[in-house]
Design a binder for this molecule. Structure first.
Ligand code: TXA
Ligand code: MG
Length: 347
């Protein structure tokens, strides 16, 4: 039985939501469920509170944070655009996706301190679509800064226990919102003339942005992405979301593990993350196989991806082999995360 007071993970009752809002107002950090991943929340207008986020995560101070608000009325507290600015039209078109997994980068207001934006004149903002996040934000008379609630460069958290495991000692409490609906971080776009630019693919797809709104989207190609993205989204470093265990894409593993070790009589310590069921013969070559979706549904794959990576990463395997998928729709976001996770860490 859990003794009261010792439990960091709390259910989102009215009383606990009030406690969480009070903790934020006092400058403390709170673990916050959203529909994408869990966030590590602080009062965005309190520089000392925001600094605690960077310290807790071990996050470089040049990597700016996303600000969260409860409704479109509050966007004006964060993004500053004069009427008539073409980007104001883009912003109002994009607000059709709110609340939801879309983050918009635009010119910041004076209310947002330098520490949030890493000194930039732009700020990232979104309205999350999770009842607990919205309830908490409505209780806060200030915008809330929240990066994903993982230790910097580790896998983003998709359930309350993941936040506790990595950052439990840094938070006043973690509001339990269950498993995240999307399981992958928000899409990030930057307002701009002539067009909106994609900075991070996510649950809102490029196809949805372009088709539903008639907004033209500049999508970085692999060739220009490093050059273009680094100055704009400094958090988009090549190695990100990475498990400790080496990760390889199935397309880069030309042979099965059993063949590779020939004379050894036991299955090598390889794990496999499959997007759909694989044959018994193929499965037999791995010590463990995680099938993310019985029917290869990519929304389900996105939802299960980070937890499966965490699970396999905790098993002391020598290698994790992971499936690939077509880079359209949500597949673009899935492959973005997987490629970063598979990138060799420097040194
Ligand atoms: O789904 C999400 O977006 C989650 C939940 C908690 O809302 N948050 C999240 O935050 O993924 P984080 O810090 O892990 O990723 C934020 C990204 C970083 O890559 C950062 O560089 C970028 O947003 N970013 C923030 N402000 C920016 C700005 N002014 N210009 C360009 N990129 C920015
Ligand atoms: Mg993150």
């Amino acid at each position: 039985m859990l003794s009261e007071g010792s439990s960091l993970i709390v259910s989102p009752t009215n009383a606990n939501l009030d406690r969480a809002a009070a903790a934020l107002a006092r400058g403390e950090l709170v673990g916050l469920p959203t529909e994408t991943v869990y966030g590590l929340a602080a009062n965005a207008t309190d520089p000392l509170a925001v600094e605690k986020i960077f310290t807790a995560k071990g996050r470089p101070t040049y990597n700016p944070l996303i600000v969260h608000v409860a409704g479109v009325d509050a966007i004006a507290q964060v993004i500053n655009l004069p009427d008539g600015d073409r980007r104001a039209v883009q912003l109002s078109q994009l607000s059709a996706f709110w609340p939801g997994p879309l983050t918009v980068v635009g010119p910041r207001t004076a209310a947002i301190p330098d520490v949030v934006t890493a000194g930039r004149d732009t700020v990232a903002v979104r309205i999350p679509n999770h009842p607990v996040a919205l309830e908490l934000l409505r209780r806060c008379p200030f915008p809330v800064a929240a990066p994903s609630a993982n230790v910097s460069n580790y896998i983003s958290p998709t359930r309350a226990e993941h936040v506790r495991d990595g950052l439990g000692s840094a938070v006043a409490m973690i509001l339990d919102g269950g498993d995240c609906e999307w399981g992958i971080e928000s899409t990030i776009v930057a307002l701009g003339v002539p067009s909106v630019q994609l900075l991070r693919p996510g649950a809102v797809t490029v196809e949805q942005l372009a088709a539903r709104l008639g907004i033209s989207i500049t999508v970085p190609t692999p060739a220009n992405s490093q050059r273009d993205l680094l100055p704009r989204a400094p958090g988009m470093l090549p190695s990100h979301y990475a498990p400790t265990t080496p990760l390889r894409l199935s397309e880069d593993v030309p042979f099965a593990p059993a063949e590779s070790i020939g004379s050894r009589d036991k299955t090598p310590a390889w794990g496999r993350i499959a997007f759909a069921p694989i044959s018994a013969q193929e499965s037999a070559q791995y010590r463990i196989v995680e099938v993310l979706s019985e029917c290869g549904d990519l929304d389900e794959v996105a939802r299960e991806l980070f937890s499966a990576l965490r699970r396999l990463d905790s098993l002391g395997l020598d290698l994790i082999v992971i499936d690939v998928c077509a880079e359209t729709g949500i597949g673009r976001a899935i492959m973005d995360r997987i490629r970063r996770a598979a990138r060799q860490k420097p040194g």
